[in-house]
Write a protein that binds this ligand. Structure first.
Ligand code: PRP
Length: 206
């Protein structure tokens, strides 16, 4: 079985759709259940749903041979995996955002709320700006509204969440999209199998 870690949620469903169209479907995955593992013995694939930020952990440690992860997650955690392909889906941007009319007071450290402390630190290191990181796990947009932070570093896809909360992008850090990643030894020992699957999904080298 080729083990494939899919990020739970909209992106993972799109990724699964690509594999399914390539002939690697698992019909039971479409049933509304709380099962986390699905396999298709005929095609030799086993999928499991994991929290998006955990995909690189499963792949790095070899519990999954390949997986799909956002470039934001890869930049944040720097897992020791191969990044095989850009899937050109799940496109968004990691941005700095703040309340409208925000003015940076450079006399004091900038308070930055984020799920991505490493990306944020790297960004502000490049600008030699001293910061105070406030690590949050979701609903980051609340932080500047409640005065918990001055700015946020977060994913912006459509911009709706920022707009509806009276926030705006003040800097774009990096564009991101979903990538196929592979465990290093799986890629070595199951190279042909992995490449054949990617070719069928039109994600592989031709
Ligand atoms: C992400 C991100 C923003 C939102 C951006 O949150 O953190 O809040 O999506 O999308 P938009 O620009 O299309 O509005 P997610 O849905 O992952 O939930 P979270 O708040 O739990 O991080």
């Amino acid at each position: 079985m080729l083990n494939i870690a899919l990020p739970k949620g909209r992106l993972g469903e799109k990724v699964y759709g690509i594999f399914e169209r390539a002939g690697f479907g698992c019909p039971s995955i479409r049933e509304n259940s709380r099962k986390l593992i699905f396999e298709n013995e005929e095609t030799g694939v086993r999928y499991f749903w994991v929290k998006p930020s955990d995909v690189p952990i499963y792949v790095e440690r070899g519990s999954a041979d390949i997986g799909a992860a956002g470039k934001d997650i890869l930049l944040e955690y720097s897992p020791d995996v191969y990044e095989l392909k850009d899937m050109h889906i799940g496109k968004c941007r990691v941005c700095v955002a703040a309340k409208k009319n925000f003015r940076d007071d450079t006399e004091r450290p900038l308070r930055v709320a984020t799920k991505f402390p490493n990306i944020a630190k790297e960004h502000y290191r490049g600008k030699s700006r001293e910061i105070d990181i406030i690590k949050l796990n979701g609903s980051i947009e609340l932080a500047p509204i409640l005065g918990l932070s001055d700015v946020i570093v977060d994913i912006v896809e459509t911009g709706t969440t920022l707009f509806e909360n009276d926030l705006e992008v003040i800097e774009e850090i990096v564009p991101v999209s979903a990538r196929i990643i592979a465990n290093k030894s799986s890629y070595k020992f199951r190279h042909d199998e992995i490449e054949a699957l990617l070719r069928k999904t039109e994600l592989g080298d031709r």
